[in-house]
Design a protein around this ligand. Structure first.
Ligand code: GLN
Length: 434
């Protein structure tokens, strides 16, 4: 059996991106919550969780930190489930505010906060969660976030006390909203729930799984649990896309083009719908309260994998039209150990990831074919990075003595690591000749 434990091209990709940005030393950890200012500025963890349930990591991906504002989209999802979209909309808008996360600005006349991603909107959102008392409401929030992460999440009591002791700006916002009638719950009760939700501890891996739950239509891809209704996921992702990065949201959408949410402890999630979620952590923040390295790395990941939501590609699914199966066996003919795989449409990350996962499964396969013919005739395009990952797969197959060749009438040489033939017959003939 060949050892494939070190075969992790997606992890390697994250590692490359990490090393590209670890040297960036702009920004500094948040200090308006005293406990956050002691964070190590050199830490940089990355994780990617695919909708197939696998997680890939680089750097300090297991380090724990507080979720802060990344809790907001998940609590918003819970409020939407509890009160319904109209009930929530009556109390919290869905318009980008173009202002800082802690801005003291409410809709004239109603006192309604602009959206659930800024503090004012998040405080009202928390007040909408069902429960007989604040403790029950918080417990429902903690459980919901835990189900999205696939593990039981706890509160960092030091950060909670630090924020509760200094959070007068949030209290001021809440008093203003209570005065205007947009907040009906008692101020101290609701900000306490909000401070606790912000103090829930996560790692970059947890964030990636939470983001992948959103990417996967509300089903946690690790546990298989349906946590959020798909129609709610759509609304949450939309608000993340337009408001998730505060007064950087417009530029973020232009440059990165993905729904995202940042937190002042240095965390960030970005969601590529139907593909994967990423979770990043690095404490130094820019002037808008977004992690400098996490923003830069997200931009690189989006560019390299062509993830921008407005990217003009015709997505054709499924890309596999035929799974590997030995060709018709002729008696004693070597072709009975050659499999043919036909791909179609736009080859992007999930196809490459499926192939990588298939490689890992095949590590124990004694009845491995001697050859694999990959028919690319019906492939319209191939994302360059997906091609690189597939080339890694081809090389890994080669190490096992499985020769991979491609078929492409148009000779586009989409996969550099394989010899290319114009027809399937020509490719099969390649295995005939000794
Ligand atoms: N708990 C933080 C606050 O209310 C959350 C802000 C953030 O992460 N942007 O100030």
């Amino acid at each position: 059996m060949v050892d494939v434990s070190s075969f992790d091209p997606i992890g390697d990709l994250l590692e490359t991106i990490r090393s590209e940005f670890i040297g960036v030393d702009d920004g500094s950890p948040a200090d308006y919550i005293p406990e956050l200012s002691v964070a190590d500025p050199n830490v940089f963890g990355l994780a990617l969780a695919g909708v197939a349930g696998s997680v890939y990591v680089a750097g300090e991906s297991a380090d724990q930190f507080t979720i802060q504002s990344i809790s907001k989209p998940f609590v918003y999802a819970l409020a939407l489930a509890d009160v319904g979209p109209e009930g929530v909309l009556a109390r919290v808008g869905v318009e980008p505010s173009g202002e800082a996360f802690n801005a003291i600005s409410l809709e004239p006349g109603t006192g309604r906060p602009a959206n659930p991603m800024v503090n004012a909107g998040a405080i009202v959102t928390s007040s909408l969660i069902r429960g007989n008392n604040p403790a029950e409401r918080f417990e429902r929030i903690r459980e919901m976030l835990s189900r999205c992460a696939g593990r039981d999440l706890a509160v960092d009591e030091d950060v909670y006390r630090s924020e509760a002791g200094t959070g007068d700006r949030n209290r001021a916002l809440a008093y203003l909203m209570r005065h205007a009638g947009s907040l009906t719950a008692p101020v101290e009760e609701v900000v306490d729930v909000y401070f606790r939700q912000c103090s829930i501890q996560v790692s970059a891996v947890d964030l990636a799984v939470m983001a992948a739950t959103l990417a996967n239509g509300g089903v946690n891809p690790r546990t298989g649990e349906a946590v959020i209704d798909p129609s709610i996921v759509e609304q949450v992702l939309t608000v993340m896309a337009t408001c998730g990065m505060y007064d950087y949201s417009g530029e973020w959408l232009v440059r990165v083009g993905l729904p995202a949410k940042s937190g002042v402890a240095g965390g960030l999630i970005a969601v590529s719908p139907s593909q994967f979620g990423i979770g990043l952590f690095s404490p130094p923040l820019d002037a808008r309260g977004n992690s400098v390295r996490a923003v830069a790395a997200s931009r690189a990941i989006s560019e390299q994998l062509s993830l921008h939501l407005m990217h003009q590609v015709r997505r054709t699914a499924p890309s596999f039209t035929r799974l590997p199966a030995p060709t018709a066996a002729l008696d004693g003919h070597p072709n009975d150990r050659v499999a043919v795989l036909e791909l179609q449409g736009y080859i992007e990350f999930p196809v490459a990831e499926q192939a990588l996962l298939a490689v890992n499964l095949r590590a124990t396969d004694a009845e491995r074919p001697i050859g694999l013919v990959v028919d690319l005739n019906h492939v319209t395009r191939c994302n360059p990075l997906a091609a690189t990952l597939l080339d890694d797969v081809i090389e890994q197959f080669g190490k096992w003595g499985v020769t991979v060749v491609t078929v492409d009438q148009r000779a586009r040489h989409l996969l550099a690591a394989a010899a290319e033939f114009p027809t399937v017959d020509a490719a099969l003939a390649h295995f005939d000749s000794p």
